[in-house]
Ligand binder design. Structure first.
Ligand code: HEC
Ligand code: HEC
Ligand code: HEC
Ligand code: HEC
Ligand code: HEC
Length: 430
């Protein structure tokens, strides 16, 4: 067996560990009734959502008589003909990008070897049966008739709202006048579950038997459930779909994160000789661990800067927030994530260097830290041209998504004169 084949095998295992949490075999499309009955998943979801979130979502079948072509269409653009606001919002969201280059690129070569695993991947990223290129059953026959454009559209409107051509949505807004004529697509069935956090759980919580170090790889629903936000009645939708907007901003959006965490110097002793300071991050408006997944990293850095704005070498300290798992051993190596209402602090204590004029504290968010490593490892072994192009694009995206969340600058009193010959010395008259 070639090195590449072994590597690819390992990566697929790692991807499944993250993406499918061991549901690789037997997955929900071939449920073992004994194991499923009374499972944590069905207890939390309740009967309506348990059926609603059968993944992949069974084919819609023949449209009812009287449906126009538009009514029968599953394409988001067609929903948008009458729901333009939701379409415009959704297009900018990561749900619309769920068939991303990093996702699609990994499926291409895997498809030849393990169609079953592909269906397991796709159940969250493009969940409609109409989006699956391979059928169910032991053979997983390729389906020439599947809709490639619909597949590429990711988590589409119909994935959340349409079952057997029937529309389901939250209860109608109370401030809307009652409809005066028959509604398109046969109206809709209002369901309170659309306003509840458990609606999101099937894809954002792994209902693991064991997890790692007692916690599922993806534990967002449980983290939320135990939080003060849940106690106050703030749902996933309150924060990620305010006023029912379909934006789903998360860790990739600097404003979303800035509005939810507070960064400050919590203490400082800055004298001529020594610098002691604490850079503190408080989670005030995050409804689960910050960040909730194992994939991002958040760095706190503090360093000394000279009067010309240059970093003084050897003065930097870094502390990192995140959850690190060694997937090959199934071991958790670090979990410094900040619980809702909690805080994280970097304690800085160093001699003050000559020429130091400012103490700088910076928080950097790297949303795709883990995936960058996956793509870097996966790219070299790709033979398929399309897979290579897609993974190269995914790698590029993961290399450019990091951003500075906050930078705090603290001028130091009375800068000492610079050592002779040292660049970037003290400001004149300092
Ligand atoms: C021909 C126009 C038209 C098309 C096409 C259309 N809808 Fe609708 N839809 C409506 C109208 C009108 C309503 C009723 C709004 C109201 O309650 O006043 C509605 C209601 C809904 C509701 C319920 C809203 C609520 O208050 O809970 C959902 C959900 C919905 N549509 C989803 C979809 C999806 C998904 C698609 C595409 C697969 C789609 N619609 C296509 C016109 C359309
Ligand atoms: C239970 C639902 C679920 C399954 C199954 C799943 N994913 Fe994901 N996936 C997610 C969610 C939610 C995110 C976004 C959060 C994150 O970064 O982990 C995501 C993110 C990703 C990303 C990073 C974002 C992007 O699109 O580039 C990749 C790559 C990915 N998944 C690949 C896979 C692969 C490969 C499989 C199958 C082995 C898989 N996923 C199965 C839910 C799932
Ligand atoms: C990830 C699941 C998901 C996807 C994808 C999704 N929606 Fe929704 N949609 C919801 C939820 C949940 C609500 C209710 C939010 C709430 O009550 O706070 C909702 C509400 C609505 C409503 C009622 C809005 C209102 O103001 O009363 C309409 C109409 C609708 N969606 C249409 C669409 C259309 C059209 C698309 C695609 C362009 C779409 N949805 C994609 C989950 C989704
Ligand atoms: C059918 C599966 C599914 C459902 C249901 C679902 N999501 Fe997602 N969600 C995903 C996937 C897959 C991604 C990652 C897409 C990507 O980047 O490839 C994602 C991404 C996100 C992100 C962006 C994360 C980031 O990295 O910034 C947020 C926020 C989010 N979802 C919130 C929600 C909320 C809130 C709900 C419930 C109203 C919900 N989702 C329901 C599958 C789902
Ligand atoms: C009180 C507001 C609030 C609630 C409630 C909330 N979130 Fe978040 N969520 C945030 C903020 C702020 C971020 C950005 C910071 C972060 O990534 O943790 C975020 C980030 C995310 C992300 C990005 C991935 C990551 O690693 O952080 C996902 C996915 C997500 N939320 C899903 C959910 C789901 C699902 C629920 C409900 C079970 C939920 N959120 C409840 C505020 C909230």
């Amino acid at each position: 067996m070639s090195r590449h084949a072994t590597l690819a095998g390992r990566l697929l295992v790692a991807a499944i560990a993250i993406g499918c949490s061991g549901e690789d075999a037997p997955g929900p499309m071939s449920p073992s009734p004994a194991a499923e009955a009374g499972s944590e998943r069905s207890r939390i979801l309740g009967p309506f959502l348990e059926a609603h979130w059968t993944l992949p979502i069974p084919a819609q079948g023949q449209p009812p008589a009287g449906f126009s072509k538009l009514d029968a269409s599953l394409a988001p653009e067609d929903c948008g003909a009458c729901h333009p606001q939701q379409l415009a919002d959704w297009r900018t969201s990561l749900h619309a990008d769920a068939f991303s280059p990093g996702f699609a690129g990994q499926l291409i070569e895997g498809a030849n070897a393990r169609p079953h695993a592909l269906r397991a991947c796709q159940k969250c990223h493009n969940p409609l049966e109409e989006q699956q290129p391979f059928g169910p059953g032991p053979d997983h026959l390729a389906r020439p008739e599947h809709d490639a454009a619909l597949r590429a559209a990711g988590l589409v409107c119909a994935g959340c709202h349409v079952r057997s051509h029937r529309r389901y949505g939250p209860p109608r807004r109370a401030d809307l006048p009652p409809p005066t004529e028959a509604l398109p697509h046969g109206g809709f069935e209002p369901r309170p579950e659309f306003e509840e956090s458990r609606f999101c759980a099937p894809c954002h919580q792994f209902f693991d038997r064991k997890g790692v170090n007692g916690k599922p790889i993806q534990n967002t629903y449980a983290e939320w459930k135990a939080s003060p936000h849940a106690a106050r009645g703030e749902t996933c939708q309150s924060c990620h779909m305010p006023d029912r907007r379909h934006l789903w901003r998360g860790i990739h959006d600097p404003e979303m994160v800035r509005n939810a965490v507070h960064v400050s110097w919590s203490g400082a002793e800055l004298d001529e000789e020594r610098l002691r300071a604490q850079l503190r991050l408080e989670s005030r408006g995050v409804g689960h661990a910050f960040p909730t997944y194992v994939t991002p990293r958040v760095h706190l850095d503090v360093w000394q800067e000279d009067a010309a704005g240059g970093e003084i070498a050897g003065t930097r300290e870094r502390a990192t927030i995140g959850r690190k798992i060694d997937f090959s051993r199934g071991e958790e190596q670090m979990d410094t994530r900040v619980p809702p209402g909690g805080s994280f602090q970097l304690d800085y204590a160093r001699p003050r260097r000559r020429g130091a004029a400012t103490l700088v504290g910076r928080v950097t968010v790297d949303p795709d830290f883990h995936y960058r490593g996956v793509f870097q490892g996966y790219l070299p072994g790709r033979k398929d041209e399309r897979a290579r192009t897609l993974i190269a694009e995914a790698l590029r995206r993961s290399q450019t998504s990091a951003y500075t969340l906050v930078e705090l600058r603290r001028p130091l009193p009375e800068p000492l004169p610079a050592e002779a010959g040292q660049p970037g010395g003290a400001p004149p008259g300092g």
